[in-house]
Design a protein around this ligand. Structure first.
Ligand SMILES: Nc1ncnc2c1ncn2[C@@H]1O[C@H](COP(=O)(O)OP(=O)(O)OP(=O)(O)O)[C@@H](O)[C@H]1O
Ligand SMILES: [Mg+2]
Length: 473
């Protein structure tokens, strides 16, 4: 687990004898010891791994101890570094402390003194981790979020995020395009105990199959034509943090098998390499495909599905939570103001009604785009319907828009089609309602839509007035 400080120590010294001596002294204390022969090598190790503390000589060939100390402090400010100085160079030791070293001891060293210093440094790290954990738990409990929405469906998503952020289990986010899956993944990471570590995002659909493996696992120098230098893959880059695997449903069966192995063993080899690399990562996966169906159709491995589907969450389509639209509108208008200097803008009531009636196939992303455009092209403070794209204006029955009855080929092809769809939809809903004595629950089940969505459609088509059943919310 991340919150526990690792019990491994990195010993950095250019003298082999010294590395050996320290390793022998500390190994008896049950610490795991790794060594580096110089500053540059130490930095590479620290970049890729979390250590409990570092013991480093001040005087080293190449990058010396103080220079390396400065680099470590930049990369991992909270990693305790204990410096070793030659007997009699107290001045340098004090300088190291001023520059962020945790402590020092002098060579030749007293074994007991060294053990005490190291023990204290390791405890310090554990204590800091625990404090950090407590702080994050507080933040999670009372946390604010960038996911806007107060509908029942969104409230459930937010509650889910608060509940799961703090643990390390795999989250699978499903939902149609533009519903906020990536945003949800970001919020989960930011509210997690790993927030101070990297969130690495990887779009599995965007990378050619031949490169995917090297992207995920990295490769060794010369592993294949064009592999000029060693490359760290996304799994290694995410060590200590979170790996967001987006569009997971688009991964080939071959890569799925490889991914499954890493998820099971938390270990892999770089392409062309033999060294087994172990990583501590949390996985969040997302897809706009129905993965259970993909499994049934043998496009997705069932075992991988079960591995990923530990904490599942579905992002609700915007059309099923129209009550979130006014909040989102406000949110995106403020954003447009800050980002594009779009002035203070409000929706006219007619425009707001159009937004509430529209189907939103592109969900929140589409709404964000529509509002950015509207905020920029609006002339005054009010955003009037003419600032909205035709497909949204077309959602109103034609006669309501211009007062004239609707003629079959009046308007664009899209508008005519939209009108026909709506006429048919209204008729079907009415028939279904009639056949169930206007029971909304039965009608919704019959039409395979949720009650909320049925309510919205009834409202849109003026069917609420004909209904004796009181509104549920
Ligand atoms: N609830 C929300 N509150 C505020 N902004 C949102 C919300 N949901 C989505 N957005 C914004 O909408 C845009 C699309 O969201 P995101 O990229 O997370 O969707 P997605 O589900 O990953 O889409 P796709 O399946 O197409 O990749 C982003 O700009 C995001 O910030
Ligand atoms: Mg996405």
């Amino acid at each position: 687990m991340t919150q526990q400080a690792p019990d491994n120590i990195l010993v950095v010294d250019d003298e082999e004898n010294m590395r050996f001596l320290i390793r022998e002294t500390l190994a008896a204390q049950n610490y795991e010891i790794e060594t580096a022969g110089g500053g540059a090598q130490a930095m590479e190790l620290i970049r890729n791994k979390d250590y409990g503390c570092v013991i480093m000589d001040v005087r080293m060939a190449g990058m010396d101890g103080l220079q390396t100390l400065a680099e470590i402090k930049k990369l991992r400010p909270d990693l305790p570094v204990i410096m070793m100085t030659a007997f009699g160079s107290r001045k340098i030791a004090l300088q190291a402390i001023q520059e962020g070293a945790y402590d020092y001891f002098t060579k030749p060293f007293d074994i007991n003194e060294m053990r005490v210093v190291v023990k204290r440094a390791m405890e310090k790290k554990t204590l800091e981790r625990e404090n950090e954990k407590l702080r994050r738990q507080l933040a999670v409990a009372g946390g604010d979020t960038r996911l806007v929405g107060r509908s029942q469906a969104m409230a459930e998503v937010l509650l889910f995020i608060d509940r799961v952020a703090g643990n390390d289990l795999t989250v699978l986010i499903q939902g149609p395009s533009g519903t906020g899956k990536e945003l949800a993944a970001t919020v989960i990471h930011e509210k997690s105990l790993r927030a101070h570590m990297p969130l690495i995002k990887m779009n599995c659909a965007a990378i050619p199959e031949t490169l995917l493996e090297s992207e995920l696992f990295g490769h060794e120098k010369g592993a294949f034509t064009g592999a000029g230098a060693r490359k760290i893959g996304k799994f290694e880059a995410a060590h200590g943090g979170t790996l967001f695997l987006d569009e997971i449903g688009d991964m080939s069966l071959v890569t799925q098998a490889k991914l499954l192995r890493v998820l099971e063993e938390h270990a892999f080899e770089r392409v062309g390499g033999t060294e087994t690399i172990r990583v501590d990562i949390r996985i969040i996966a997302a897809t706009n495909q129905d993965l259970a169906r993909a499994v049934a159709e043998k496009r997705f491995r069932e075992d991988l599905f079960f591995r990923l589907n530990v904490l599942p969450v579905s992002m609700p389509p915007l059309y099923d939570r129209v009550e979130d639209i006014p909040l989102l509108v406000e949110h995106f208008l403020v954003e447009a103001r800050e980002r594009y200097g779009a002035g203070v803008r409000r929706m006219s009531s007619e425009s707001m009604r159009l937004l509430m009636d529209y189907r939103w196939p592109g969900n929140v992303r589409e709404l964000a785009n529509v509002l950015q455009r509207a905020a920029v092209i609006a002339q005054g403070e009010l955003i009037t319907p003419d600032c909205l794209p035709a497909q949204i204006r077309g959602a109103v029955p034609q006669q309501e828009q211009d007062g004239k009855p609707h003629a079959p080929f009046d308007g664009s092809l899209q508008e005519v089609i939209d009108n026909m769809v709506q006429t048919t939809e209204k008729k079907l809903i009415q028939e279904a309602l009639d056949s169930t004595d206007w029971s909304r629950t039965k009608t919704a089940r019959m039409l395979k839509i949720c009650r909320k969505s049925l309510h919205n459609k009834m409202k849109k088509y003026g069917l609420l007035e004909q209904d004796a059943e009181p509104e549920s919310d």
